[in-house]
Design a protein around this ligand. Structure first.
Ligand SMILES: Cc1ncc(COP(=O)(O)O)c(C=O)c1O
Length: 336
């Protein structure tokens, strides 16, 4: 087998040994199977291919300082997956089944969990698809839930660096009462063109405003936004952002550190009063933002290098995930 240089690994797909899967038909879940078969036949008329009945999750397993492998708040992702399924009229996956299958797939692929200290981790991707062959527009009767894993490299290769973002006023990510708060494929398909245009202009990612009034910050690409204003952690309150496990954890850590937290609408112009800004999500934990351009308004909000509060929060959360700091909220679960 080819040796992998985990310290330089990209965030991409790398083959592993097993996936786990479980089917829903006749109104119930079947047996959980582990398989080395990574492809499966799918009917040309399967509902997921036509009507986008597809919900998914994203989480990571970390090899820790003490040699154990930990996963972070899998119940949060399981509960979010349940809500995503409900929103797409799919069977609600029980959270216990979700967490049990996540643990099983990590154990089966233990040799692919990157070593501690490389910054790399094992990405876990649970997916549910509708498989019933049909043409009519209605919820399917049959579903497949499967989980694949892949080792992925650290987001930051050359240290904790800040990145430029651009506000888009030509695209909305999700409607106010739409699917934005769920992790479903359609949200991502609809954002790919906008993301590509932002990257072509030299930005790391696009920033979405609320789609009703285009006045308030909504999502930072495929991540939640937070800003630090006079020592206060401010993050958008919106029905169309995905409830992020990372943001939720940063809020708790901030409160533990005595930092005040405000969840509320953030008018775009308020960025001028913030000293730090970041995008948070499982992939990078925090991407510090050095600048947010708003070309349509001819404005630029500059934050510069990663600030002290952003750094402190990043270090505190990653230390818990890597088993280096006390996990006083009981967030991590030892799998191996
Ligand atoms: C649209 C969107 N927002 C926010 C997040 C961050 O969520 P989490 O911290 O649960 O990874 C993600 C990533 O999953 C995302 O896709």
């Amino acid at each position: 087998m080819q040796e992998i240089d985990y310290s330089n690994l990209e965030f991409g797909y790398h083959p592993t040994d097993y996936i786990v899967r479980c089917s829903w038909s006749n109104g119930k879940w079947g047996e959980v199977e582990a398989t080395t078969e990574f492809t499966f036949p799918i009917h040309v008329s399967a509902a997921c291919l036509h009507y986008g009945q597809l919900a998914f999750e994203g989480m990571k397993a970390y090899r820790c300082a003490d040699g154990h492998v930990r996963i972070f708040r899998p119940d949060f992702n399981g509960e979010r997956m349940r809500r995503s399924c409900q929103a797409l009229a799919m069977p609600e996956l029980p959270v216990d089944l979700f967490v049990g299958m996540v643990e099983q797939v990590v154990r089966l692929n233990e040799r692919h969990v990157p070593p501690y200290g490389t910054g790399a981790s094992l990405y876990i991707r649970p997916v549910m698809i509708a498989t019933t062959p049909q043409i009519g527009v209605h919820a399917a009767h049959d579903y497949l839930f499967f989980i694949l894993v892949s080792p992925v490299g650290a987001y930051f290769k050359g240290g904790f660096q800040a990145h430029p973002y651009v506000i888009t006023r030509d695209f909305d990510r999700a409607a106010p009462k739409g699917t934005g708060r769920y992790k479903v494929a359609a949200n991502y398909a609809g954002s790919l063109l906008c993301h590509r245009l932002a990257v072509e202009q030299g930005y790391s990612s696009e920033m979405y405003l609320d789609s009703k009034e285009h006045k308030y910050i909504d999502e930072a690409g495929a991540a939640n936004f937070f800003g630090i204003k006079d020592g206060v952690y401010v993050t958008p309150l919106s029905d169309s952002v995905l409830p992020s496990v990372t943001n939720d954890s940063l809020v708790t850590i901030a409160q533990d550190l005595g930092i005040k937290v405000e969840r509320r609408q953030i008018p775009v112009e308020e960025l001028a009063e913030m000293q730090e800004a970041g995008a948070c999500g499982t992939g990078a934990v925090i991407v510090p933002i050095n600048r947010i351009d708003d070309p349509a308004m001819n404005r630029s909000y500059v934050f510069g290098e990663p600030g002290p509060v952003t750094r402190r929060l990043y270090e505190a959360l990653t230390a818990i995930q890597l088993g280096e700091a006390e996990d006083k909220h009981g967030w991590t679960r030892i799998v191996i």
